[in-house]
Design a protein around this ligand. Structure first.
Ligand code: AP5
Length: 214
C-alpha cells in the first residue's frame, strides 16, 4: 500500500497514522517528524529548514524531494509507505510520481481528512507532543493519563515551536494556497478518498477504514 495522508495542519494526520501504518504493515513517513529530527541532530537539512518551519512556511521543494527520495529507497519501504506531510506542492507531487514511476510503482490512494480552519486552530493550540516517540495529545480532547507525561514512554511533553497562533494561521494560509490544489489533481486521477475529520479519533479511524474498504 502506497498512500498519502492529506489534510491541513491539525487535521489529525499524525494521530491516525500509527494505527494505519500498523494495519497495512508499512512505515509512517512524516516529513515534519523527519525535519524535526534533522533539526535536533543539527544536520544541514535541519539548519536550512528551521526558519521556514518556525515561520509556518514551506521548506523549499528541492530539500523536501531529496529527503523523501532518500527515505523511500530504504528497504522498509519495499512493501509500501504511508506519507504524512508530503507532497505539499505541485512540484513535490510531480517529483513523487517520477520517483515511483522509476521503480514501476504508483500511488494506491490519497486519503484527505476534512476539517474546518477554526477547528484546526483549536486543535493545534492545545496540542502536546512527545519529543521521544512523537505521540501527540490534546489538553482537552486527548489528555495524557499523567499530566505533562507521555503515556508510552513517560517523557516530558512539549509544545511545538510552530504551534504559536501566528505560525498556525500562516500554516493554514499556506495550505490553502499551495497544498489544497493537489486535491483536484488526485481527484481527477481517481485516487482521492475524502473523510470527515470531525469527531473523536476513534470515529475518524472507523470512517477511514470504511473509505479504504479495510
Ligand atoms: P508537519 O509536522 O507535517 O505539520 P502539519 O502538516 O502542520 O501537521 P500537524 O503535525 O501540525 O498536524 P496533524 O494533521 O498531523 O495533526 P495531529 O494528528 O498532530 O510540518 C511542519 C512543518 O514542516 C511545515 O509547516 C513545513 O515548514 C515543514 N514541512 C513538512 N513537510 C513539508 C513539505 N512536504 N514541504 C515543505 N515543508 C514541509 O493532531 C493535531 C491535534 O489535534 C493533536 O493535539 C491531536 O491530539 C488533536 N486531534 C487529532 N485528531 C483529533 C480528533 N479526531 N478529535 C479531537 N482532537 C484531535
Amino acid at each position: 500500500m502506497r498512500m498519502v495522508l492529506f489534510g491541513p495542519p491539525g487535521a489529525g494526520k499524525g494521530t491516525q497514522a500509527s494505527s494505519l501504518s500498523q494495519k497495512f504493515g508499512v512505515p509512517h513517513l512524516s516529513t515534519g517528524d523527519m525535519l524535526r529530527a534533522a533539526r535536533k541532530a543539527g544536520t544541514a537539512v535541519g539548519q536550512k529548514a528551521a526558519s521556514f518551519m518556525d515561520g509556518g512556511k514551506l521548506v523549499p521543494d528541492d530539500v523536501m524531494v531529496g529527503v523523501i527520495e532518500e527515505r523511500i529507497r530504504l528497504p522498509d519501504c519495499t512493501r509500501g509507505f504511508l506519507l504524512d506531510g508530503f507532497p505539499r506542492t505541485i512540484p513535490q507531487a510531480e517529483a513523487l510520481n517520477r520517483m515511483l514511476a522509476n521503480h514501476g510503482q504508483k500511488l494506491d490512494a490519497v486519503l484527505s481528512l476534512e476539517v474546518s480552519d477554526g477547528l484546526v486552530v483549536d486543535r493545534l493550540a492545545g496540542r502536546w507532543t512527545c519529543p521521544v516517540c512523537q505521540a501527540t495529545y490534546h489538553k482537552v480532547t486527548l489528555p495524557p493519563k499523567l499530566s505533562g507525561k507521555c503515556d508510552k514512554d513517560g517523557a516530558e511533553l512539549i509544545q511545538r515551536s510552530d504551534d504559536t497562533e501566528t505560525a498556525i494561521r500562516k500554516r493554514v494560509e499556506v495550505f490553502h494556497e499551495q497544498t489544497d490544489p493537489l486535491k483536484e489533481i488526485y481527484r481527477s486521477e481517481g485516487l482521492l478518498k475524502s473523510v470527515d475529520g470531525v469527531g473523536t479519533p476513534g470515529e475518524v479511524e472507523e470512517r477511514i477504514r470504511q473509505a479504504l474498504g479495510a
